[in-house]
Design a protein around this ligand. Structure first.
Ligand code: SAM
Length: 230
């Protein structure tokens, strides 16, 4: 599906978020600045797609090395030529344990067939003390905005997708996968179970997206009393 929409993916994102997607990626980059990525440190962008998030991370601190990984080669072909990219599956990342100082992803995790396994993979390649940052859509804001959001997503987005990318099926998947996705609070608790600490979630876009930031525990959670003392 991502192969089919690759060419118009960035344009569609800008149109359907009214340009806010760039701001949301900047929030990820800012969260990264608050973390422990040294100059020359390595950042992994999982499900990098057309590389927009990886590019934003690199622009902010040219001293950092950024690698984007994605299993849709057609999406990778739309990325800036000078980005470091590799084809690979988020379910089995082609990297050694604790290879990266930070791991980020934008709009990836709701696409994972095995969410818990995919999060475990991201934690595996992250060094202890490194930051994991996830940007993702949510099932929508709470309260009266939710029906409006659902209407917008179910009616407007597939229509726009058909007009712009000629693919209403892909842009029906987007709202349906978003509306069916887990609430941020459950995502936060899954991440805690996987050893992420100091986890915080910031809702953006009237609550329609969330940025989750946390730090990988330095020691095994099999010794919780030592971890609490960190
Ligand atoms: C909605 S796009 C997000 C692209 C980009 N991160 C962004 O911020 O716009 C989701 C991307 O995740 C990729 N993807 C989905 N499941 C994946 C998996 N299991 N392994 C690697 N990439 C995956 C898709 O190919 C697609 O490029």
């Amino acid at each position: 599906m991502f192969a089919r929409i690759a060419q118009r993916y960035d344009l569609m994102n800008s149109l359907m978020t009214f340009g806010q997607d760039a701001r949301w990626r900047r929030c990820v980059v800012e969260a990264l600045d608050g973390g422990p990525v040294p100059d020359g440190g390595m950042v992994l962008d999982v499900g990098t797609g057309t590389g927009r998030l990886a590019d934003a991370v690199r622009d902010r601190r040219p001293g950092r090395s950024v690698i984007g990984v994605d299993f849709t080669v057609e999406m990778l072909r739309q990325a800036p030529r000078d980005l470091a990219l590799t084809a690979g599956d988020a379910a089995l990342l082609p990297f050694a344990d604790e290879r990266f100082d930070a791991v980020v992803s934008g709009f990836l995790v709701r696409n994972l067939a095995d969410l818990s396994g995919g999060l475990a993979e991201q934690m595996r390649v992250l060094r202890p003390g490194g930051h994991l940052i996830i940007l993702e859509t949510t099932p929508g804001p709470h309260g009266i905005l939710r029906p409006l959001f659902t209407l917008y997503f179910r009616q407007f987005v597939p229509l726009l997708g058909k007009l712009v990318s000629g693919d209403s099926a892909a842009y029906s998947y987007l709202p349906e996968s978003t509306l069916a996705f887990t609430e941020p609070s459950r995502l936060v608790s899954l991440l805690r179970d996987r050893g992420l600490r100091e986890v915080r979630a910031r809702r953006l876009g009237f609550g329609s997206v969330v940025v989750i930031v946390g730090r990988k525990a330095r020691i095994s959670s099999r010794f919780p009393e030592q971890e609490a003392a960190q």
